[in-house]
Design a protein around this ligand. Structure first.
Ligand code: UT7
Length: 336
């Protein structure tokens, strides 16, 4: 059986910076509340007419990742696209990327696992490479949240958190025989809590006109809903569990971690996990301060930035961990 390794990373965020003060002009919120509860200082938002979409941002991140992998787009065998904010209700973003990048008729697979989408996508790609079916898989996480958020006081507990952006990696068949690459991935779900963090409409149980008719103005089902404290409590325990699961599966200790890249849900969640595993600031990468929560894009953006800043070196143990809507959660253990 083959193994896989990440050979290229890339990211792209829209130019427009939206600060907490900017949001306080649209809704009853303030910089102090947002920073204290989430750690977020600013996020990026797509602007109408700036040419960005979920798929096009994914393409920009992908082009960087493919170049850094020393490949051309023709070497890619499969596209895996993770998002909760596709350009269209259907088809998904994978085929849009295939078209925009002028790729041949390679398969394109969409992953609908929200904040865990990238880790799920990485795990799927790893299986395809292990079996020998594919050699180079492009995995993209991209989100355009800003167009779909309730930017009034009614939606403030959700809208201040999310931001736009994209990240991508190329996962390739590992040519090295030094124990490097993806060591293991660990995936979980608990659908009993699907409604605690969701966007209900439009759905096939009730299309938009029906949803609008049957719901009062203050409960509009086509904006995301999050039971913040409930999600927070589950997040801290699931993050910890799934990191521990990965460590145990590889007979490793928390002290072996060189870089933990948690999904950027809330700085307080990352800090809780850091403390639990007694990791130093150098062992955990956070950029939620600058981008907010970019769901499926958050891990690949953070991974690309950590790599660019020289914080990930050959031989390092890199741990990815995610939790989010579904609920779904997962981790990936990587020897870089
Ligand atoms: O990525 C997927 C996974 N997502 C997560 O893991 C997110 C988990 N949850 C959280 O990060 C936090 O629960 C939030 C950041 C969403 C909220 O923080 P919180 O400390 O749980 O606040 P809360 O929802 O309990 O609200 C506290 C107060 C409320 O006012 P009262 O009832 O105490 O008067 C809210 O109305 O803060 C109010 N509030 C705000 N105030 C100013 C809620 N949102 C805002 C806001 N600005 N944006």
């Amino acid at each position: 059986m083959y193994t896989s390794r990440i050979t290229g990373v890339g990211s792209y965020v829209p130019e427009t910076i939206v600060t907490n003060d900017d949001l306080s002009k649209l809704m009853d919120t303030n910089d102090a509340w947002i920073q204290e509860r989430t750690g977020i200082k600013e996020r990026r938002h797509i602007q109408k007419g700036d040419g960005n979409s979920t798929s096009s941002m994914g393409v920009k991140a992908a082009e960087i990742a493919i170049k850094r992998a020393n490949l051309t787009k023709d070497a890619i065998d499969l596209i895996i696209f993770a998002t909760l904010s596709p350009d269209m209700y259907f088809p998904g973003g994978g085929v849009r990327v295939q078209d925009m990048m002028g790729m041949s008729t390679i398969p394109a697979l969409d992953v609908r696992n929200q904040c865990s989408g990238f880790v799920y996508g990485l795990s799927v790609a790893d299986q395809f490479i292990k079996t020998g079916m594919y050699t180079n898989v492009l995995i993209i996480g991209s989100e355009n949240h800003s167009g779909g958020l309730d930017m009034t006081t009614r939606g403030r507990s959700v809208s201040v958190i999310f931001g736009d952006g994209a990240g991508a990696v190329v996962l390739s068949r590992n040519e090295k025989e030094d124990g490097s690459g993806i060591l293991s991935t660990h995936l979980h779900s608990e659908g009993a809590h699907a409604k605690e963090l969701c966007l209900e409409g439009p759905n096939t149980g009730a299309w938009v006109p029906e949803l609008m008719e049957s719901n009062p103005q203050e409960n509009i089902p086509y904006f995301p809903y999050m039971n913040g404290q409930f999600v927070f409590k589950h997040a801290v325990s699931r993050f910890s569990e799934v990191i521990l699961e990965g460590l145990q599966a590889n007979a490793l200790q928390a002290s072996d971690i060189d870089m933990l890249i948690p999904h950027q849900a809330n700085l307080r969640i990352s800090q809780f996990v850091q403390k639990k595993f007694q990791l130093s600031d150098d062992q955990v990468y956070n950029n939620i301060q600058r981008y907010g929560n970019t769901t499926a894009a958050s891990i690949p953006i953070a991974l690309a930035e950590a790599w660019e800043e020289g914080k990930i070196k050959e031989g390092d143990l890199v741990v990815l961990a995610a939790f989010g809507s579904g609920f779904t959660w997962g981790s990936a253990m990587i020897k870089w």
